[in-house]
Ligand binder design. Sequence first.
Ligand SMILES: Nc1nc(=O)c2c([nH]1)NC[C@@H]1CN(c3ccc(C(=O)N[C@@H](CCC(=O)O)C(=O)O)cc3)C=[N+]21
Ligand SMILES: [Mg+2]
Length: 316
Amino acid sequence: MTAQMIDGVKISTGLLGDIARDVDAFIALFGRPPGLAVVLVGDDPASSVYVRSKAQKTLDVGMRSFEHRLPATTSESALLSLISELNRMEEVDGILVQLPLPAQIDERRVLMAIDPEKDVDGFHPMNAGLLATGGEALMPCTPLGCMILARSVLGDLTGLEAVVVGRSNIVGKPMAQLLSMANATVTIAHSGTQNIAGTCRRADLLIVAVGHPEMVRGNWIKPGAVVIDVGINRLAAPELGPGKTRLVGDVTFQEAIKVVRAITPVPGGVGPMTITCLLQNTMLAAHRRSASGKQPEICFRQTLSHSHDAPFSLPS
Ligand SMILES: Nc1nc(=O)c2c([nH]1)NC[C@@H]1CN(c3ccc(C(=O)N[C@@H](CCC(=O)O)C(=O)O)cc3)C=[N+]21
Ligand SMILES: [Mg+2]
C-alpha cells in the first residue's frame, strides 16, 4: 500500500480562497474589511517568522492586519493596556498575542484580558469553557486544522479509535474534545502513560502534539492508521552544510510512511492549516460582532458535518 501525503498547503490554499470570498461579501455588507491584530513581544526569530507569515496571509485574503511588535522588556501592564485598546477598537475583530511571552509577563492574565469575542486563538477560559460545555466557542486553530486534515482522508470519524498524544491547553486537550464531539472514541496519552507505544498502536487516527522530535516510531503505529503530526521541531543539520537546520515533526516520518494509510508532512501539514483556521476564526468573529444576523459561508464544512450537535452547528 502506498501511503497518502496529506497536503496541508493545498487544502489550506483552497480554504483561503473561500475565506477571500467571504471577506468580499463582508466588505460589501459592512463597508470595512475584517481586522486581525497580532501582538509579538520580544524578538524570537521563529516567532517573528510566524507573525510575518500570519500578517501576509491576512492581507492576502483581503483582511486588515494590525501588527504590534513590542520589546522583550515590555511590562505586563503595558501589554494589558495595548490589549484593552485593541478590545475597544471597532475595526479589530480578532486579537492574537503570540506565545510564549517573556518571563516577567503572566500569560494567563494576558489571555484573560482579551475580549472573548475577539479571542481568535480560542485560548480565553471563556472559550475553553464554551468548547467543553457545547457552546458557541471560538475554537483553537491547530486542533481545528487537524480535524479538517483528518476528515479530508477519513470523512466521518464515528466509532474510530483516536489517540491524542499530548494534553496541552493549546492542542491536546481541545483536540480530544473536538474528536469526541465528532463521535470518535478518544484516548489522551501523555508523559505519565504506561505503555505509550501500545496505546498509540490502538489508534485508527493518531494525533501527536508533544514537541519531542521524532518521538513516535514506525512500530508505534497501527498499519493503515492516519497520522496527524503537529510537531514542528528545528534540528541542526550539519549534513546540509555548516549552520544548516531542518524541520522535523514529533513522528519519525521515514518509518511512519511505510506503515500508515495517510500522514501529514512537516513542514506543509498542520502549520499552514493553523493560520488558515485563524483567518476563518477572524471571519467568524467579525460576523458575530457585526450582529448582522448573517453568518459567513463557513469553510469548516468538512469539520462541521457529521458532528452530533451544538458545538459544530452553525450559529443562527
Ligand atoms: N497565540 C499564539 N497562537 C498561535 O497559533 C501560535 C503561537 N501563539 N505561538 C507560536 C505557535 C506556532 N505557530 C505556527 C503556525 C504556523 C506554522 C507554519 O505555517 N509552519 C510551516 C512552515 C514553518 C517553517 O518553515 O518554519 C509548516 O509547518 O509548513 C508554524 C507554527 C502558531 N503558534
Ligand atoms: Mg506543518
